[in-house]
Ligand binder design. Structure first.
Ligand code: ATP
Ligand code: MG
Length: 333
């Protein structure tokens, strides 16, 4: 079975974007791939997290994964901080990239831009270095594929390069992973600004649908989504980004192609389209929330995490030992 790996940061409330772009695809992969999924809590520390919120977000994230249908018997689900090898391998790999390579990462450049706009030049060192930790997260498990949204593709490219560099310098150690970007749903945009990504760490929460939003609120958000002055439901990402984004959500949650959706709303206005989409989103949220409430009440989360950390830890222990032998760090055979 081919192996796949992915993580989500517990940096805020889980959005519909995370659900469509990451959580839902994992559920569909779990029968055909060996999935390794972790809550990237070390990564969340690049920005200050209120401890109480971090704990809640972490718990919610795990519960939402399970509520969406991930089966802990099939997948390895764990907290990154429970497998200490991540940070250690991260350090070694950080010593194998250049400042220039890290400076070219789009996510970092965006942070620099944002800081400049705020007239604040202090940027946490973690924001600069975290791609090395991400390289460790990935390369530790020799995955064949790393499913990522558009925004994360560059990180997998960097991981490939570092793996090749290590293999070349010390001999074959890491598998070269392939990024896997979904055809649709790779980038769900904000409902209020369809040119920017829906992100859970967006402090304004503007244009985000949260998976734990009350159903009526989620419906209101869909009804209030920014569209355009035209009235044709037509997929055109460039000229009609708002409607196209809503169609993307519709298409994934209701299993319809853009052509089908266009035909369904031919001659009808945006109001009817949005009303139907609000029902579709509301029903999906309701289903996930019902399951979430059961899981939160069951107390099974800790057990799932303990098991996951054990499974992942076995792989990580071996991998780090191998890396340290090759680098000459350890003197044991
Ligand atoms: P943050 O704002 O803290 O970066 P995020 O919402 O971008 O949060 P991540 O933890 O960075 O979430 O990413 C988790 C997974 O969700 C990744 O696989 C990422 O590609 C995917 N993802 C994030 N946002 C979206 C989105 N708007 N549409 C589709 N996929 C997304
Ligand atoms: Mg992100």
């Amino acid at each position: 079975m081919k192996r796949m790996l992915s993580g989500i940061k517990p940096t805020g409330r889980v959005t519909l974007g995370n659900y469509i772009g990451a959580i839902k695809p994992f559920v569909s992969f779990q029968d055909d791939y060996e999935m390794i999924i972790f809550v990237a809590n070390l990564h969340s520390m690049t920005i200050y997290q209120e401890p109480k919120d971090l704990r809640q977000n972490t718990k919610d994230l795990i519960a939402l994964y399970l509520a969406a249908g991930l089966d802990p018997e099939k997948v390895t689900l764990f907290l990154q901080s429970d497998v200490k090898e991540h940070a250690q391998l991260g350090w070694y790999l950080n010593c194998m990239v250049t400042m220039g390579e890290l400076s070219r990462m789009t996510q970092y450049k965006m942070q620099v831009e944002k800081a400049k706009a705020r007239k604040d030049t202090s940027i946490g060192a973690g924001i600069f270095n975290y791609p090395s930790l991400m390289n460790a997260d990935i390369l530790m498990y020799d995955p064949d594929y790393v499913p990522v949204g558009d925004d994360q593709k560059q990180h997998v490219e960097l991981a490939r390069m570092v793996a090749e560099r290590f293999n070349h310098r010390y001999s074959e150690t890491f598998k070269i992973p392939e990024p896997l970007t979904p055809r649709v749903g790779g980038r769900i945009m904000s409902l209020q600004d369809p040119t920017s990504k829906m992100s859970k760490s967006d402090p304004t929460g503007k244009g985000c649908i949260y998976m734990l939003d009350p159903i009526n609120i989620s419906k209101k958000k869909i009804m209030a989504a920014v569209t355009d002055s035209d009235s044709h439901v037509r997929y055109d990402k460039e000229n009609k980004p708002g409607i196209s984004n809503l169609m993307e959500i519709y298409s994934i949650l209701d299993h319809k192609s853009y052509e089908e959706i266009e035909a369904m709303y031919e001659g009808k206005g945006y109001g009817e389209f949005k009303k139907d989409l609000a029902e579709i989103v509301g029903a999906e949220l309701q289903r996930v929330q019902d399951a979430y409430n059961k899981i939160m009440a069951s107390g099974e989360i800790e057990k799932v995490l303990d098991e996951g950390a054990k499974k992942a830890g076995r792989i990580a222990y071996k991998k780090l030992a191998k890396v340290e032998r090759k680098m000459g760090i350890t003197i044991r055979k």
